[in-house]
Ligand binder design. Structure first.
Ligand SMILES: [Zn+2]
Length: 315
Protein backbone atom coordinates (compact mmCIF):
# COMPACT_ATOMS: atom_id res chain seq x y z
CA UNK A 1 0.00 0.00 0.00
CA UNK A 2 1.43 3.39 -0.91
CA UNK A 3 1.53 6.02 1.79
CA UNK A 4 -1.20 8.59 1.99
CA UNK A 5 0.83 11.65 0.94
CA UNK A 6 2.20 10.07 -2.27
CA UNK A 7 -1.23 8.83 -3.06
CA UNK A 8 -2.87 12.25 -2.62
CA UNK A 9 -0.21 13.79 -4.86
CA UNK A 10 -1.14 11.35 -7.62
CA UNK A 11 -4.79 12.26 -7.31
CA UNK A 12 -3.94 15.95 -7.52
CA UNK A 13 -1.85 15.35 -10.65
CA UNK A 14 -4.82 13.65 -12.28
CA UNK A 15 -6.88 16.77 -11.66
CA UNK A 16 -4.24 19.28 -12.76
CA UNK A 17 -5.97 20.21 -16.03
CA UNK A 18 -8.75 21.89 -14.11
CA UNK A 19 -6.83 25.10 -13.45
CA UNK A 20 -6.86 25.88 -17.18
CA UNK A 21 -10.63 26.19 -17.20
CA UNK A 22 -11.65 29.66 -18.35
CA UNK A 23 -14.36 31.78 -16.79
CA UNK A 24 -17.76 31.37 -18.36
CA UNK A 25 -21.00 33.30 -17.91
CA UNK A 26 -23.06 32.57 -14.81
CA UNK A 27 -25.98 31.33 -16.85
CA UNK A 28 -25.44 29.40 -20.03
CA UNK A 29 -27.97 28.15 -22.52
CA UNK A 30 -27.24 25.30 -24.89
CA UNK A 31 -26.85 26.68 -28.41
CA UNK A 32 -28.87 23.91 -30.00
CA UNK A 33 -31.90 23.93 -27.69
CA UNK A 34 -31.84 27.28 -25.89
CA UNK A 35 -32.09 25.32 -22.64
CA UNK A 36 -29.96 25.53 -19.50
CA UNK A 37 -28.04 22.41 -18.59
CA UNK A 38 -27.16 21.11 -15.15
CA UNK A 39 -25.05 17.96 -14.89
CA UNK A 40 -25.47 15.75 -11.83
CA UNK A 41 -22.67 13.24 -11.17
CA UNK A 42 -23.03 10.66 -8.44
CA UNK A 43 -21.54 7.69 -6.59
CA UNK A 44 -22.66 5.44 -3.75
CA UNK A 45 -21.19 2.73 -1.51
CA UNK A 46 -17.61 3.45 -2.55
CA UNK A 47 -16.45 1.38 0.46
CA UNK A 48 -12.81 2.48 0.73
CA UNK A 49 -12.09 1.36 -2.86
CA UNK A 50 -9.18 3.71 -3.42
CA UNK A 51 -7.41 1.48 -5.98
CA UNK A 52 -8.88 -0.26 -9.02
CA UNK A 53 -9.87 -3.88 -8.38
CA UNK A 54 -6.80 -6.15 -8.62
CA UNK A 55 -6.49 -9.02 -11.08
CA UNK A 56 -8.49 -12.03 -10.03
CA UNK A 57 -11.56 -9.92 -9.18
CA UNK A 58 -13.65 -11.46 -11.97
CA UNK A 59 -15.79 -8.98 -13.88
CA UNK A 60 -14.52 -6.20 -11.59
CA UNK A 61 -10.84 -6.72 -12.46
CA UNK A 62 -9.23 -3.38 -13.31
CA UNK A 63 -12.35 -1.34 -12.65
CA UNK A 64 -12.71 1.65 -10.33
CA UNK A 65 -9.98 3.62 -8.59
CA UNK A 66 -10.19 7.19 -7.34
CA UNK A 67 -7.47 8.63 -9.59
CA UNK A 68 -9.44 7.69 -12.69
CA UNK A 69 -12.66 8.84 -11.10
CA UNK A 70 -11.11 12.24 -10.41
CA UNK A 71 -9.87 12.53 -14.01
CA UNK A 72 -13.29 11.58 -15.40
CA UNK A 73 -15.07 14.08 -13.15
CA UNK A 74 -12.71 16.84 -14.21
CA UNK A 75 -13.26 16.02 -17.86
CA UNK A 76 -17.02 16.26 -17.41
CA UNK A 77 -16.66 19.53 -15.50
CA UNK A 78 -14.62 21.00 -18.34
CA UNK A 79 -17.59 20.38 -20.61
CA UNK A 80 -20.20 21.73 -18.21
CA UNK A 81 -19.13 23.87 -15.32
CA UNK A 82 -22.72 23.82 -14.03
CA UNK A 83 -22.69 20.55 -12.16
CA UNK A 84 -23.06 18.84 -8.83
CA UNK A 85 -21.07 15.87 -7.54
CA UNK A 86 -23.03 13.90 -4.95
CA UNK A 87 -22.64 10.68 -2.99
CA UNK A 88 -25.20 8.47 -1.28
CA UNK A 89 -23.19 7.12 1.65
CA UNK A 90 -21.20 4.06 2.79
CA UNK A 91 -17.80 5.54 2.15
CA UNK A 92 -16.50 3.49 5.08
CA UNK A 93 -15.45 -0.19 5.20
CA UNK A 94 -14.37 -2.59 2.51
CA UNK A 95 -10.58 -2.53 2.05
CA UNK A 96 -7.45 -2.35 4.26
CA UNK A 97 -7.42 1.41 3.59
CA UNK A 98 -10.36 1.69 5.95
CA UNK A 99 -8.61 -0.35 8.65
CA UNK A 100 -5.56 1.90 8.29
CA UNK A 101 -7.12 5.36 7.89
CA UNK A 102 -10.65 4.89 9.26
CA UNK A 103 -12.24 6.83 6.38
CA UNK A 104 -9.95 9.87 6.60
CA UNK A 105 -8.26 9.06 3.28
CA UNK A 106 -11.60 8.63 1.50
CA UNK A 107 -12.87 11.95 2.81
CA UNK A 108 -9.65 13.70 1.76
CA UNK A 109 -9.88 12.23 -1.72
CA UNK A 110 -13.56 13.17 -2.02
CA UNK A 111 -12.69 16.69 -0.90
CA UNK A 112 -10.06 16.92 -3.64
CA UNK A 113 -12.66 15.82 -6.16
CA UNK A 114 -14.83 18.62 -4.76
CA UNK A 115 -17.86 16.61 -3.83
CA UNK A 116 -20.76 18.95 -3.10
CA UNK A 117 -22.43 16.67 -0.55
CA UNK A 118 -22.78 13.13 0.75
CA UNK A 119 -25.16 11.43 3.16
CA UNK A 120 -24.74 9.02 6.06
CA UNK A 121 -24.72 5.29 5.30
CA UNK A 122 -24.99 2.56 7.94
CA UNK A 123 -21.25 1.82 7.64
CA UNK A 124 -20.43 5.38 8.65
CA UNK A 125 -21.23 4.07 12.17
CA UNK A 126 -18.76 1.14 11.99
CA UNK A 127 -16.35 2.87 14.37
CA UNK A 128 -19.24 4.33 16.37
CA UNK A 129 -20.26 7.98 16.45
CA UNK A 130 -16.79 8.87 17.79
CA UNK A 131 -15.10 7.15 14.85
CA UNK A 132 -17.04 9.29 12.38
CA UNK A 133 -16.42 12.45 14.39
CA UNK A 134 -12.65 11.73 14.38
CA UNK A 135 -12.36 11.76 10.58
CA UNK A 136 -15.29 14.01 9.56
CA UNK A 137 -13.10 17.17 9.66
CA UNK A 138 -11.28 15.73 6.62
CA UNK A 139 -14.49 16.10 4.59
CA UNK A 140 -14.61 19.56 3.05
CA UNK A 141 -18.19 18.96 2.00
CA UNK A 142 -21.37 18.63 4.09
CA UNK A 143 -23.28 15.48 4.93
CA UNK A 144 -27.00 15.90 4.37
CA UNK A 145 -29.28 13.76 6.50
CA UNK A 146 -32.90 14.60 7.30
CA UNK A 147 -34.37 11.54 9.06
CA UNK A 148 -31.68 10.98 11.68
CA UNK A 149 -31.93 13.16 14.76
CA UNK A 150 -28.46 14.01 16.03
CA UNK A 151 -29.64 16.18 18.95
CA UNK A 152 -28.23 13.74 21.48
CA UNK A 153 -25.06 13.16 19.42
CA UNK A 154 -24.01 16.81 19.01
CA UNK A 155 -20.41 15.91 18.14
CA UNK A 156 -21.70 14.22 15.02
CA UNK A 157 -24.58 16.60 14.36
CA UNK A 158 -22.25 19.52 13.74
CA UNK A 159 -21.09 17.83 10.51
CA UNK A 160 -24.63 17.21 9.28
CA UNK A 161 -27.09 19.46 7.49
CA UNK A 162 -30.78 18.65 7.50
CA UNK A 163 -31.07 20.19 4.04
CA UNK A 164 -28.92 22.07 1.58
CA UNK A 165 -29.70 24.56 -1.18
CA UNK A 166 -27.36 25.09 -4.13
CA UNK A 167 -27.72 27.50 -7.06
CA UNK A 168 -26.38 25.87 -10.21
CA UNK A 169 -26.67 27.75 -13.52
CA UNK A 170 -29.32 29.91 -11.84
CA UNK A 171 -31.39 26.85 -10.86
CA UNK A 172 -32.27 26.58 -7.17
CA UNK A 173 -31.65 22.99 -6.13
CA UNK A 174 -32.78 21.65 -2.74
CA UNK A 175 -31.08 18.55 -1.38
CA UNK A 176 -32.17 16.37 1.53
CA UNK A 177 -30.92 13.01 2.81
CA UNK A 178 -32.42 9.73 4.03
CA UNK A 179 -30.70 7.07 6.14
CA UNK A 180 -31.63 3.44 6.72
CA UNK A 181 -33.29 1.98 9.83
CA UNK A 182 -30.61 0.93 12.34
CA UNK A 183 -32.56 -2.18 13.38
CA UNK A 184 -30.56 -5.36 12.64
CA UNK A 185 -27.92 -3.26 10.81
CA UNK A 186 -26.16 -1.02 13.29
CA UNK A 187 -25.60 -2.11 16.90
CA UNK A 188 -27.24 0.29 19.38
CA UNK A 189 -23.97 1.30 21.06
CA UNK A 190 -22.51 2.32 17.67
CA UNK A 191 -25.27 4.84 16.89
CA UNK A 192 -25.83 5.96 20.46
CA UNK A 193 -27.61 9.33 20.54
CA UNK A 194 -28.73 9.14 16.90
CA UNK A 195 -32.44 8.45 16.34
CA UNK A 196 -34.04 7.18 13.10
CA UNK A 197 -37.35 8.54 11.77
CA UNK A 198 -39.63 7.24 9.02
CA UNK A 199 -38.20 8.24 5.63
CA UNK A 200 -41.59 8.67 3.94
CA UNK A 201 -42.89 11.13 6.55
CA UNK A 202 -39.62 13.05 6.59
CA UNK A 203 -39.44 13.13 2.78
CA UNK A 204 -42.96 14.63 2.67
CA UNK A 205 -41.90 17.36 5.09
CA UNK A 206 -38.67 18.06 3.26
CA UNK A 207 -40.34 18.30 -0.16
CA UNK A 208 -42.90 20.73 1.22
CA UNK A 209 -40.22 22.81 2.90
CA UNK A 210 -37.83 22.89 -0.08
CA UNK A 211 -40.50 23.44 -2.73
CA UNK A 212 -43.06 25.64 -0.99
CA UNK A 213 -41.09 27.50 1.66
CA UNK A 214 -37.74 27.83 -0.13
CA UNK A 215 -39.13 27.81 -3.68
CA UNK A 216 -36.61 25.30 -5.04
CA UNK A 217 -36.82 24.55 -8.77
CA UNK A 218 -35.47 21.03 -8.30
CA UNK A 219 -35.40 18.62 -5.35
CA UNK A 220 -32.80 15.86 -4.97
CA UNK A 221 -32.80 13.16 -2.30
CA UNK A 222 -29.53 11.49 -1.31
CA UNK A 223 -30.72 8.15 -0.01
CA UNK A 224 -29.07 5.26 1.76
CA UNK A 225 -32.26 3.28 2.38
CA UNK A 226 -31.92 0.89 -0.59
CA UNK A 227 -33.52 0.66 -4.01
CA UNK A 228 -36.42 -1.78 -3.51
CA UNK A 229 -37.28 -4.80 -1.35
CA UNK A 230 -39.50 -7.83 -1.97
CA UNK A 231 -41.18 -7.36 1.42
CA UNK A 232 -42.25 -3.83 0.50
CA UNK A 233 -40.38 -2.14 3.34
CA UNK A 234 -39.44 1.48 2.88
CA UNK A 235 -37.02 2.02 -0.01
CA UNK A 236 -36.30 4.50 -2.78
CA UNK A 237 -39.08 2.85 -4.77
CA UNK A 238 -41.58 3.38 -1.93
CA UNK A 239 -40.51 6.99 -1.31
CA UNK A 240 -40.65 7.78 -5.04
CA UNK A 241 -44.18 6.39 -5.28
CA UNK A 242 -45.56 7.85 -2.07
CA UNK A 243 -43.94 11.29 -2.09
CA UNK A 244 -44.47 13.32 -5.26
CA UNK A 245 -42.22 16.31 -5.80
CA UNK A 246 -38.76 14.70 -5.71
CA UNK A 247 -37.05 15.06 -9.10
CA UNK A 248 -34.17 12.70 -8.44
CA UNK A 249 -33.36 10.09 -5.81
CA UNK A 250 -29.68 9.19 -5.78
CA UNK A 251 -29.70 5.86 -3.99
CA UNK A 252 -27.32 3.55 -2.22
CA UNK A 253 -27.16 0.67 0.28
CA UNK A 254 -28.45 -2.21 -1.89
CA UNK A 255 -25.49 -1.83 -4.31
CA UNK A 256 -27.98 -1.92 -7.17
CA UNK A 257 -26.57 -1.09 -10.60
CA UNK A 258 -29.38 0.57 -12.51
CA UNK A 259 -28.35 0.77 -16.16
CA UNK A 260 -30.46 3.89 -16.44
CA UNK A 261 -32.62 5.79 -13.96
CA UNK A 262 -35.98 4.21 -13.10
CA UNK A 263 -38.85 6.63 -13.76
CA UNK A 264 -41.81 6.83 -11.35
CA UNK A 265 -44.69 8.87 -12.80
CA UNK A 266 -46.97 11.14 -10.77
CA UNK A 267 -50.26 12.70 -11.81
CA UNK A 268 -49.61 15.93 -9.91
CA UNK A 269 -45.88 16.45 -10.39
CA UNK A 270 -43.05 15.73 -12.73
CA UNK A 271 -41.77 12.15 -12.55
CA UNK A 272 -39.23 11.02 -9.97
CA UNK A 273 -36.03 9.47 -11.30
CA UNK A 274 -34.23 6.89 -9.18
CA UNK A 275 -30.58 6.18 -9.87
CA UNK A 276 -27.99 3.98 -8.16
CA UNK A 277 -24.64 2.88 -9.55
CA UNK A 278 -23.64 -0.40 -7.92
CA UNK A 279 -20.80 -0.04 -5.45
CA UNK A 280 -17.03 0.35 -5.05
CA UNK A 281 -16.76 3.30 -7.44
CA UNK A 282 -16.72 1.21 -10.62
CA UNK A 283 -19.34 3.45 -12.23
CA UNK A 284 -19.93 7.20 -12.12
CA UNK A 285 -23.59 8.08 -12.52
CA UNK A 286 -24.27 11.07 -14.72
CA UNK A 287 -27.57 12.74 -15.53
CA UNK A 288 -27.82 15.96 -17.54
CA UNK A 289 -30.97 17.97 -16.84
CA UNK A 290 -32.28 20.54 -19.30
CA UNK A 291 -34.16 23.52 -17.84
CA UNK A 292 -36.22 26.11 -19.65
CA UNK A 293 -35.97 29.83 -18.93
CA UNK A 294 -38.47 29.46 -16.06
CA UNK A 295 -36.17 26.87 -14.48
CA UNK A 296 -38.54 24.00 -15.16
CA UNK A 297 -37.01 20.64 -16.02
CA UNK A 298 -37.77 19.82 -19.63
CA UNK A 299 -35.67 16.77 -20.32
CA UNK A 300 -32.94 14.64 -18.85
CA UNK A 301 -30.25 12.42 -20.35
CA UNK A 302 -28.53 9.75 -18.31
CA UNK A 303 -25.18 8.21 -19.09
CA UNK A 304 -23.55 5.89 -16.58
CA UNK A 305 -19.81 5.98 -17.08
CA UNK A 306 -17.81 2.86 -16.24
CA UNK A 307 -14.56 3.73 -14.53
CA UNK A 308 -11.85 1.84 -16.38
CA UNK A 309 -8.62 2.80 -18.14
CA UNK A 310 -10.61 4.38 -21.00
CA UNK A 311 -13.07 6.26 -18.79
CA UNK A 312 -11.61 9.68 -19.39
CA UNK A 313 -11.74 9.23 -23.18
CA UNK A 314 -15.42 8.30 -23.21
CA UNK A 315 -16.65 11.36 -21.24
ZN1 LIG B 1 -22.80 -0.40 1.18
Amino acid sequence: MIDRKTFLKNVLAAGAGMSLMSLKPVTSYSRSTGMKMVTIMHTNDTHARIDPFPSGSGEYTGLGGVTRRAALINKIREKNQFNLLLDAGDTFQGTPYFNEFHGALDFEVMSMMKYDASTIGNHEFDNAVEGFVDVAPKAEFPFVSSNYDFTRAPGMGKFIKEQMIKYVNGVKIGIFGLGVDFKNLVLPHLHEGVVYYNPVLVAEQMVRRLREFHGCDMVICLSHIGYRYDDGRVSDWVVANEVPGIDLIIGGHTHTLLEEPVVVEHSSHRPTLISQVGHAGVVLGRIDFEFDRSNRIRRSFAVNQQIDENAVNTA
